[in-house]
Design a protein around this ligand. Structure first.
Ligand code: C5P
Length: 230
């Protein structure tokens, strides 16, 4: 059986599209440079589209929970939580497909950070987390960033981004993402601009990771004392 004390600390980071989730994660990871930390993106677990879905891609809802392979995400998280290495799919936002021959190898770590729009939606995924953070950024700022990112990096034109936003992104935010905010332990207003919130989170994490080590030390002390008593 796995020693619970050795399980990595898992942090979930949710929030709407372009809220700054990845920036927040990178800032946390940078400040925890003396620990082994891995980042897992829920986006990597998007299902690849069928030929028929590709032909009607503007009708496809990428913001619905069913767009992700949740079983596979859960399996990867279980393995990581039990210190096993995993292969994470590589997703292409231009082709709406996963790579068939490339994976990202992720090894055991002290801290696992899982980020994505819907990481608080599924209760099994949610229950694996030791800390849940919601990145709360103004919708106007998020839309402006989304237009810039999707046109520059994801091969979209402005009209298609705005149409997709109105048809799927905003309704799914209201129906699935915003209601999941209630599961957060910490809500960060303004995302990556909020250095104070990130410093506080990192301080708390350092305390938790220290306690994690102390638990191991105390359990060793207990073993020595028991041996001595015998
Ligand atoms: O990085 P971010 O959290 O914004 O990624 C999630 C967004 O990616 C979703 O809002 C979804 O609309 C979008 N997406 C997309 N095309 C895909 C897959 C996801 O526009 N093929």
């Amino acid at each position: 059986m796995q020693n619970r004390n050795k399980q990595p600390f898992m942090i979930g980071v949710a929030g709407g599209t372009s809220s700054g989730k990845t920036t927040v994660c990178n800032m946390i990871i940078q400040q925890l440079h003396d620990h082994r930390v891995v980042l897992v993106n829920q986006d990597s677990f998007y299902r690849g589209l069928t030929q028929e879905e590709l032909e009607h891609v503007s009708e496809y809802n990428f913001d619905h929970p069913d767009a992700f392979d949740n079983e596979q995400l859960l399996d990867c998280l279980w393995k990581l939580k039990n210190c096993q290495p995993v292969q994470i799919p590589v997703y292409d936002f231009k082709l709406h497909q996963r790579s068939t021959d490339t994976f990202r190898q992720v090894n055991a770590a002290d801290v696992i950070v899982l980020e994505g729009i819907l990481v608080f939606h599924d209760n099994q995924v949610r229950n694996l987390m030791n800390m849940r953070i919601f990145v709360d950024t103004d919708a106007d700022i998020r839309l402006a960033r989304r237009i810039r990112r999707d046109t520059q990096l994801r091969g979209r034109d402005v009209n298609s981004v705005i149409e997709q936003y109105a048809k799927f992104v905003k309704p799914a935010f209201d129906d699935f993402i915003l209601p999941s905010k209630k599961y957060a332990d910490v809500i960060i207003p303004r995302g990556g601009d909020n250095c104070v919130a990130i410093d506080l989170i990192v301080q708390h994490l350092r305390t938790k990771l220290g306690q994690h080590d102390l638990t191991k030390i105390y359990s060793n002390v207990h073993v020595i004392q028991s041996t001595f008593q015998i």
